[in-house]
Design a binder for this molecule. Sequence first.
Ligand code: FES
Length: 160
Amino acid sequence: MKIRLEVIKDVREICQKHKDEPSPLIVILEEVQEKYGYVPVELQEVISEETGVPAAEIYGVVTFYSFFSLTPKGKYVIHVCLGTACYVKNAQAVLDKMCAVLKIQPGQTTEDGLFTIEAVRCMGACALATAVSVNGKVFPRVESKDVEKILDEFRNQEAK
Ligand code: FES
């Protein structure tokens, strides 16, 4: 994947901005993830050059924490909760339906770059089980039959 030069320059600046903080790596990775939606290997190498942290160590951190992503996420990030309260309310069936409709697996993004599905642990909305969120908007008591309707809300936004 070709990373644009201005992105590389910006990531170098992010590194310089944080390099004197007590543990700069996580702060740098968080800022890059938030700004660009992912931290690909090419940018990890830039961060390694700027911070002196070995690239393999950075790769280990990025792949360990689910907050970080190696590939770009979709415009709409769907979280399906598989925590206990949701699980007993058939959350797995909701996740399976979501995956089947979008033809992707959890952690993947649709080819059009619109949707990413992620299975998450308790999102603190257990009374609303099964809880699903899309870019932070929580949908309560979701069942498999609601999946198309939820997706349509965001597909329609795109059609406008
Ligand atoms: S278990 Fe799903 S929100 Fe708590």
